[in-house]
Write a protein that binds this ligand. Structure first.
Ligand code: NAD
Ligand code: IPM
Ligand code: MN
Length: 322
């Protein structure tokens, strides 16, 4: 029995995750789901966004389907998502960007860099330490190289012209690429952010440090219709969490208009990760057929609601399975 922890989170997480879960359950009736509450809503209610017991529940799952959590600009609040990524050691954030003329995978280091958690505030300045470790860089480089080995090439997104920490990152990625026999080039992250928009076909697998990967993936979403489209996998040696790249979208939450594609694709990534790429393909093809039929949510210029779009995908999934 495969156990899937389901975390809706906050905001549109409550709208897109149930849609993705229903589709997942339809393709794989054998999956067992259990809900785990995490996020700002829980923090407001109980004073805790995520605790040790929550982490233990998440660790007990074979995989986690996650929505999005709100991170308020409150100095006493630390994102539950960052806590989970760290506690489960989900070091690789894999973000595929696929669409017309675009087939890119951003592999974002997910546990260190500017998200090291080493920071302090003084009266007249605040400091955050950017940590790039050999171990952290080697493991993300190996993950990116193993993906690139089955594809075309690797680009190392960096700012080594300024940051010593990125010189180490680039050296390690280069060495791992040579070892894996993967052709690789380096690009400075500022120029890369523009070039990925102007010449997306130049890019295949991109490996980069934590915050650069965060920003680059939202930027690259422009190529395929926006944030409603991008899924991700947060993957470690023992655990894995799948979630949309987007956040809780408070500006549209509660209206039933969020695009559920990112969440549905995250569910498909979960299936591939747990050894069922065939069911993942059924879901991906169903999404394509619905889009080709002209059914779209508002962000894509249509007028379908979240549930209506999800129901259309579900119909296609059931047809694909039959
Ligand atoms: P966001 O991704 O939530 O929203 C950015 C813009 O994209 C908004 O205009 C939103 O309406 C739109 N958008 C996002 N997803 C959409 C969808 N599925 N369909 C249609 N439109 C969509 O980013 P933000 O506004 O910067 O952040 C809001 C909150 O979410 C913050 O508290 C932030 O910390 C949090 N956040 C959480 C995660 C996560 O849990 N993985 C990721 C990013 C941001
Ligand atoms: C993401 C988000 C998170 C991040 C936030 C919500 C902590 O933006 O997953 O892309 O910065 O990693
Ligand atoms: Mn982000």
């Amino acid at each position: 029995m495969t156990g899937i922890a389901v975390v809706e989170g906050d905001g549109i997480g409550h709208e897109v995750v149930p849609v993705a879960r229903e589709i997942l359950a339809a393709v794989r009736p054998d999956l067992e789901f259990f809900e785990v509450e995490v996020g700002y809503g829980r923090w407001e209610r109980t004073g805790s966004a995520c605790d040790e017991e929550t982490i233990a529940d998440l660790k007990s799952a074979d995989a986690i389907l996650f929505g999005a959590v709100t991170t308020p600009p409150d100095p006493g609040y630390r994102s539950a998502l960052l806590q989970i990524r760290r506690a489960l050691d989900l070091y690789a954030n894999v973000r595929p960007i696929r669409g017309e003329g675009v087939d890119i995978i951003i592999v974002r280091e997910n546990t260190e860099g500017l998200y090291s958690g080493i920071e302090w505030t003084e009266p007249d300045r605040a400091c955050t330490v950017r940590v790039v470790s050999r171990r952290g860089s080697e493991r993300i480089a190996r993950c990116a190289c193993s993906l690139a080995a089955a594809r075309r090439h690797l680009t190392i997104g960096n700012k080594a012209n300024v940051l010593k920490s990125d010189s180490l990152f680039v050296d390690i990625c280069r060495r791992e690429a040579a070892r894996a026999g993967v052709p690789c080039t380096t690009r400075f992250i500022d120029a890369l952010s523009l070039d990925i928009l102007m010449h997306p076909a130049r890019y295949d697998v991109i490996v980069t440090t934590n915050i650069f990967g965060d920003i680059l993936s939202d930027t690259a979403a422009y190529l395929v219709g926006g944030l409603g489209m991008l899924p991700s996998g947060n993957i470690g040696e023992r655990h894995a969490l799948f979630e949309p790249v987007h956040g809780s979208a408070p500006d549209i939450a509660g209206q039933g208009i969020a695009n559920p594609i990112a969440a549905i694709r995250s569910a498909a990534m979960l299936l591939t990760h747990t050894g069922d790429p065939e069911s993942a393909a059924v879901i991906e093809e169903a999404i394509d057929r619905v889009l080709n039929a002209g059914i779209r949510t508002r962000d894509l210029g249509g007028n379908a609601g979240t549930r209506e779009f999800g129901a259309a995908v579900l119909r296609e999934v059931l047809r694909g399975k039959a």
